[in-house]
Every structure is written in C-alpha cells, then in structure tokens.
Design a protein around this ligand. Structure first.
Ligand SMILES: O=C(O)CCC(=O)C(=O)O
Ligand SMILES: [Fe+2]
Length: 278
C-alpha cells in the first residue's frame, strides 16, 4: 500500500491518471478547478448554504441520517444551482475517466449525483464505505471482482486538512474482497488545497473525515458518474427542473437521463430527449 496518494496536475495524460486509479483506486488531481471556476462555485453555493441547517432535512431512514452527518450541510440539484457546476460535469478529466472505466460495461453512463458537502466543526468521521454499495442488495449482486460501476470526484472547495475532515481513503481497497476491513495504518486522508480533486472508483473504501477544528468548515463538492443501467442516487428529473435542462448542452441533457439505455429510461417507448422539444 502506498504511504500517500498519487498526485497529478489536471494537464497530465489520462493514461497516467488511469494507471494510478488502476493501482490504488484513488488519486489527487491538483488544480482540477481553475481559480475563477472555484470562485464562481463558492459564490453560487454561498447564497444557498446561508439558509440551510446541517443534517438531513427529509430523512428516509436513521442509518442514512447518521451517514450524512449531524453537523454537515449537504444539498444536491447542483446543475440547476450553478452554471459553473454544469461546466464541471463536462470536465475532460472526469468524463475521460468515465469513458474509460464505465463504457466497457454500458452503452452510456449517467450523472449519478452532485452534492455540496460542508463538514462543520464537531462532525465525527463518516462510516468507511464503498459508494457502489448503494446498489448492493444481498444475493442480487455478486461479491468479488466485478465491473466498475462508478467514477467519482470529491472536489475541494476549501482547503482539505487532516483536522478539518479531509476525506479518508484506503488505497488498493478497490481490489479487496468485500469483507476485508482496513487497518488504521491503511487509511490515508486526502489533504489538498481548494481547487484540487480526489478522484476515485465506486469500489474504493473511503468516507468523510472528522472535523476536529473549532471554526474551520471543510467545503467539498461531490461529482459522480454511474453506468447507465442503474437507477441514479439523485433523482435528477426532480432536482433539475425541465426548463433548466432545456438550456443545457445536449451532452449534459444526456448525462441527466434524457437518453435511453436501450429499453431503460424511455418515454412513450422511445427517446426521452423528445420531451425537451415539447
Ligand atoms: O465528504 C466526504 O469527504 C466524503 C463523503 C462521502 O463519501 C459520501 O457521502 O458518500
Ligand atoms: Fe462516499
């Protein structure tokens, strides 16, 4: 296991990023956001976060409420809330990696969820997990080596430090059997400056860190893609109003679900994109 996560500039060849992801299941892309885009995202989100309380506002079950944190502010629907976010969704680094890891297993992938995640002082460490476990329902999904389902990034919108809740990651865990638990020495933290991104696979063990500071909120943004035959975690059809979708580039419309995966996701047994012309 490496003592630290591999770090590459956003301009690095995709092959180098993929080599690191193959080996460790995670890496840090430095300078993922240009400074102007980082500032635009923070300005868009500042307006929203000011009016939101921490914790889950409409819980579905106690386990998820605990998972999402008591002093963490989270919201989704980001494509409708920030034009800069719509640009991030089309990032050549993330879509290039999604092409590489997901297209072998599907006709096209979908945008799974975008989440603003601000871990505030006093938050405890999130349970370590694999994001792809969202789709693991007992015997329905086999254990062991399997197709990659997700490519994801946790983008730092503020500096991520060990003390303020930088994401915990277990390099190499994307290759482990499902029941292997990490030893404390196998868990690293993705410390990185604002604008950098932790890129990882759906099979990599990770979790939000504890915020042990008095006043330093850790602000991150989750951006993830999933094979097109799974139901997305975020219900994009409800979080992004149709009128906003109509104004997006065609590729973004497709990523939000306005494209059929063969017989899945159809409208009137045909192309769901047709509803955008109505
Ligand atoms: O906030 C973080 O650093 C990670 C959050 C996470 O892994 C999740 O909510 O699934
Ligand atoms: Fe996660």
């Amino acid at each position: 296991m490496p003592a630290s996560l591999a770090r590459y500039p956003a301009s690095a060849p995709l092959d180098h990023l993929a080599d690191a992801l193959d080996a460790d299941g995670a890496l840090i892309v430095e300078g993922f956001l240009a400074p102007e885009r980082l500032a635009a995202l923070n300005a868009d989100f500042d307006r929203i976060v000011a009016g939101l309380a921490p914790g889950v506002r409409h819980p579905t079950m106690a386990a998820m409420e605990e998972f999402y944190g008591a002093t963490t502010v989270r919201f989704d629907g980001l494509p409708a809330k920030s034009a800069a976010f719509v640009e991030v969704m089309q990032s050549p680094v993330l879509t290039g990696l999604a092409d590489r890891y997901l297209l072998p297993h599907c006709l096209d992938y979908l945008f799974n969820t975008g989440q603003f995640i601000e871990i505030r002082p006093g938050e405890t460490a999130q349970r370590l997990h694999r994001d792809e476990d969202a789709w693991r329902f007992g015997p329905l999904v086999a254990e062991g080596p399997r197709a990659q389902l997700e490519v994801e990034a946790m983008v730092a919108l503020s500096d991520f430090t060990a003390a303020n809740g930088a994401t915990q990651v277990v390099p190499g865990s994307h290759l482990w059997p499902a029941d292997r638990e990490p030893e404390p020495a196998e868990i690293l933290q993705a410390e990185m400056p604002a604008g950098s991104a932790l890129v990882y696979l759906g099979s990599t063990i990770h979790g939000g860190g504890a915020n042990r500071t008095m006043a330093d909120a850790r602000r991150g943004m989750f951006v993830g893609y999933v094979v097109g035959w799974l139901r997305t975690e975020e219900n994009m059809f409800l979080t992004v109003p149709l009128d906003r979708v109509r104004g997006f580039p065609k590729r973004v419309q497709e990523l939000l679900g306005y494209k059929a995966h063969r017989a899945i996701g159809v409208v009137d047994v045909g192309d769901p994109g047709a509803v955008l012309d109505r």
